[in-house]
Ligand binder design. Structure first.
Ligand code: NAD
Length: 323
């Protein structure tokens, strides 16, 4: 005789076996570039039950994934041989070209119908070139750079800006949704990069502006916490002032509270501003403040700030005495 609890127990067993089967049946995702951002992004794919085929030029970056049973291979081509959906998260355009078109690049072994998503921030013209090469091999390329930083990568709350063929967007969205809370279609290939470059140029300008205002206020005798509070209640408020304040002691849990360690490196910001500069030249667009921000971040790199978070522009200004 079945107990009165039987139907619900049976239902649970059915639901659980369905969940186990659906996790086990997920096809592997290739992931290349497991640095500050790629590492937590790949972990979120694992949490969603996707097995991974991974590669990074720096073998230590793969270690913890290997220990958790993920498959590490020895080149991007090998990733392409084993996975028909691949995500790349690399520092620069040069790295992306090497990973896709290099001697052991993805294109050497890519399968027809594969979906290749590049989440690195690179030059939109490079994304377009890569898309053409990928198309020749019968596969699909989409650019999907991210906004949100390492914290959002860990919590799965990144914003993805996606460029590519609209019919393929749903397939990309399914994967990117495991790593981000906003996945936005921007248009043809390269438009994701365009959106990302504009955002980061504005971010650099607002960060420098916030650092200048805070430094001036402090030298005028204001308490930095009080000044930040007033800015955040007033028309000067921005993400750099209320969420990522560059002045040590004003906020907890941000790079300025930790000697500007972690976060978004000054070198990467200088790189993104270089991309904005190139894009402005190509489109004959005036970017007075964007160009100046580029010079400031380049000088910071030359003066030893390259590995610090980009909010260290405040420290840079503190050390600059003018007369
Ligand atoms: P990172 O330098 O921490 O990681 C990049 C990884 O790529 C490293 O592990 C490196 O070894 C690997 N790599 C480099 N060349 C390679 C190659 N040829 N083959 C295989 N692996 C290679 O960089 P990150 O901070 O993770 O940033 C990645 C991208 O995301 C950049 O384009 C950056 O601008 C963008 N981004 C970063 C942040 C951030 O807060 N860090 C935020 C948004 C966007």
């Amino acid at each position: 005789m079945l107990s009165p609890g039987f139907p619900s127990v049976a239902l649970w067993v059915l639901v659980l076996s369905y969940m186990v089967m659906s996790v086990a049946s997920k096809t592997p995702i290739g992931f290349i570039g497991l640095g500050n951002m790629g590492n937590p992004m790949a972990k979120n794919l694992m949490k969603h039950g996707y097995p991974l085929i991974i590669y990074d030029v720096f073998p230590d970056a793969c270690k913890e994934f290997q220990e958790q049973g993920e498959q590490v291979v020895s080149s991007p081509a090998d990733v392409a041989e084993k996975a028909d959906r691949i995500i790349t998260m690399l520092p620069t355009s040069i790295n992306a070209i090497e990973v896709y078109s290099g001697v052991n690049g993805i294109l050497k072994k890519v399968k027809k119908g594969s979906l290749l998503i590049d989440s690195s921030t690179i030059d939109p013209t490079v994304s377009k070139e890569l898309a053409k090469e990928v198309e020749k091999m019968g596969a699909v390329f989409m650019d999907a750079p991210v906004s949100g930083g390492v914290g959002a990568a860990r919590s799965g709350n990144l914003t993805f800006m996606v460029g590519g063929i609209e019919e393929e967007f749903a397939a990309a969205q399914q994967l990117l949704g495991c790593m981000g809370s906003n996945v936005l279609y921007c248009g043809g290939v390269g438009t994701g990069q365009a959106a990302k470059i504009c955002n980061n140029m504005l971010l650099a300008i607002s960060m420098i502006g916030t650092a200048e205002a805070m430094n001036l206020g402090i030298r005028l005798g204001l308490d930095p916490k009080l000044l930040a509070k007033i800015l955040n209640m007033s028309s000067g408020r921005c993400w750099s002032s209320d969420t990522y304040n560059p002045v040590p002691g004003v906020m907890d849990g941000v790079p300025s509270a930790n000697n500007y360690q972690g976060g978004f490196g000054t070198t990467l910001m200088a790189k993104d501003l270089g991309l904005a500069q190139d894009s402005a030249t190509n489109t004959k667009s005036p970017i007075f403040l964007g160009s100046l921000a580029h010079q400031i971040y380049r000088i910071m790199c030359a003066k030893g700030y390259s590995k610090k978070d980009f909010s260290s522009v405040f420290q840079f200004l503190r050390e600059e005495e003018t007369f």
